[in-house]
Design a protein. Structure first.
Length: 567
């Protein structure tokens, strides 16, 4: 029968008892070694004095007066050495008492574990040292605070950031410092911002988002609340406030940032009479930016410098994407607010606790970018090319489009793999020097993700349409890329096929002639369809010999049927 899992406090208590017994043993051994050291040093002083006194008494050259004088000096040296030893022993015992205290309390153990980054120990320390109402009783009225907007989520965490240190107090409060300056103070049910500057406010907002989730409530001066709303928009934080006025400031600042980014990446206006058209396009971009801010909850700071290097994916539905992809992106985005939407992703961290909000938001952002660049025909993430090839996208590009750092994107794609929402396969090639060179990995989204949101049937219809669109593009590209030698080769191939058919018809027995002219026309149409099929299949096989002859004939039948030439 499996052992039932322990609660976090029970596990901490078990670790505390084990540490207490180990500390008792270590303390006992340390004090034993200290007493042995004191005894040996005292014995050395006595032995030195005894040897000196025996030598003086046995020296015949000394007079009684001089012998008594030298014995008196030896006794004084022994007393002085004893006093020095006594002072040294007192200091050693005080240091030993500080290192190995007699009282090894559970709160001290929790504080020591929390200082080393144990979040479970921090939660236990706060429960044992303070009641829930103590924050409100001891909170200064003139301080700036960030509280939870609702009681749905409480995460006892230690926030880690570059050049940011923390100190855990005995009551469970945590003070975060930056370059030795106190920035924020994390209490049981609220976060106090100690400095009125951008760095302190942003640190407090990020810590509050990680602890309390998306919904936050600000308390303090009006200037502090308005500045916090603007900083949240500029930092790209996925939060909302309990005050509608602050939410309006947040959305207004987000809109301004989107418009500014669109203006920075807008191409220069053409000369002549293009001024009115450029002005209308600017207004259109501004309206689309406002709609994006109001309709998309997870706004990212994705750079745009690599967009010109890649062809655009299919854009036919809402936001110029296939509608089935926008429906999937909207469904996946709900996971940021409700972790039960995708249970496998919520358990991807291997912990029964609820996934942290920052981690959920990162997964949603990267998943939306994967969906945006998803090829419906093959369910691969990338850009299908007209010549039949496929351009896979690197994780660095996808991370920039999602507004994530590369290291965070690597951790996020691992979470998506563990949850079964994405599949990644490594690719490489051998160079001319025989060395292996890594390529952009193959990334796929399983069809089961669409079925999880009741989009499976819709996906099958859209995939058929996507395949037909891709085949038409490839056929048009093949026609456009035909050269004179290629045309001559096709003509020679057709002539050979005609000669072959004519030779077979000449050797066929003529005892049973065709009954009427209708049979002759049907035979001619059948011959023409067969000729077109062989010609088209030969072209496909010449373009993709690695796929085989059977594939070329099957693909040719599908394309010609879609064009109505084999009906």
């Amino acid at each position: 029968m499996p052992t039932p899992p322990q609660t976090p406090r029970a596990a901490l208590w078990q670790a505390y008892t084990a540490a207490r017994e180990a500390a008792k043993l270590t303390r006992s051994m340390a004090w034993t070694a200290q007493r042995d050291s004191e005894r040996l040093r005292r014995a050395a002083i006595v032995a030195d004095y005894t040897a000196t006194s025996h030598a003086l008494r046995a020296d015949p050259a000394l007079t009684n007066a001089s012998r008594r004088a030298q014995l008196s000096v030896a006794r004084m040296e022994r007393v002085a050495q004893g006093q020095v030893l006594r002072a040294a022993v007192l200091k050693e015992r005080e240091a030993l008492q500080a290192v190995h205290p007699r009282a090894f309390a559970f709160e001290a153990f929790l504080r020591e574990r929390a200082s080393r980054g144990d979040e479970a120990a921090l939660a236990a320390l706060r429960r044992s040292r303070r009641s829930p109402g103590d924050v409100e009783q001891t909170a200064p009225t003139d301080a700036n605070w960030i509280r939870a907007g609702n009681t749905a989520e409480r995460n006892e965490i230690l926030y880690h950031a570059s050049r940011l240190t923390y100190h855990v107090h005995g009551n469970g409060d945590v003070t975060y410092r930056h370059d030795g300056r106190d920035m924020v103070e994390d209490r049981r049910d609220a976060i106090r911002v100690l400095q009125f500057d951008r760095q302190a406010i942003e640190t407090g907002l990020r810590l509050a988002q990680a602890r309390f989730g998306r919904s936050l409530a600000l308390q303090g001066s009006l200037a502090y609340q308005e500045e916090a709303a603007r900083i949240a928009a500029e930092a790209g934080l996925y939060v909302e406030f309990s005050d509608a006025r602050l939410n309006a400031i947040l959305q207004e600042r987000r809109t301004q940032l989107v418009v500014e980014r669109a203006a920075r990446h807008q191409p220069p206006k053409a000369a002549g009479n293009a001024g009115d058209g450029g002005q209308r396009k600017t207004h259109l971009d501004t309206d689309l930016a406002c709609q994006a801010v109001q309709g998309t909850s997870a706004l990212t700071e994705a750079p745009m410098d690599q967009l010109d290097e890649l062809p655009s994916p299919a854009r036919t539905g809402t936001a110029r994407l296939p509608r089935v992809l926008t429906a999937l992106a909207d469904a996946v985005s709900r996971h940021a607010d409700d972790p039960t939407v995708l249970p496998s992703l919520n358990l991807a961290n291997g912990n029964p606790r609820q996934q942290r909000t920052e981690r959920r938001v990162g997964c949603v952002q990267l998943a939306n970018i994967l969906v945006r660049y998803l090829d419906l025909a093959s369910l691969r993430v990338g850009i299908p090319l007209p010549d039949g090839g496929f351009r896979h996208l690197t994780l660095a590009f996808l991370a920039k489009r999602a507004g994530l750092g590369l290291r965070r994107a690597e951790r996020t794609i691992q979470d998506l793999q563990r949850a079964g929402l994405a599949e990644v396969r490594r690719r490489c090639e051998v160079g001319e020097d025989g060395e292996y060179r890594g390529l952009a990995a193959l990334k796929m989204i399983p069809a089961q993700l669409f079925s999880a949101f009741r989009l499976g049937k819709w996906l099958r219809r859209e995939r058929e349409k996507a395949r037909l669109r891709l085949q038409r593009k490839q056929a048009a590209h093949a026609r456009a890329s035909r050269t004179e030698p290629r045309v001559a080769q096709d003509q020679l191939l057709v002539a050979g096929l005609l000669n072959k058919v004519r030779s077979k018809s000449a050797t066929r027995p003529t005892s049973a002639p065709m009954r009427d002219a209708t049979d002759a026309r049907q035979a001619e149409r059948q011959f023409e369809r067969h000729r077109r099929l062989q010609l088209y299949a030969t072209r496909l096989y010449a373009q993709h010999p690695e796929r085989g002859r059977d594939w070329a004939y099957d693909q040719a039948r599908q394309d010609l049927c879609a064009q109505g030439e084999l009906i």
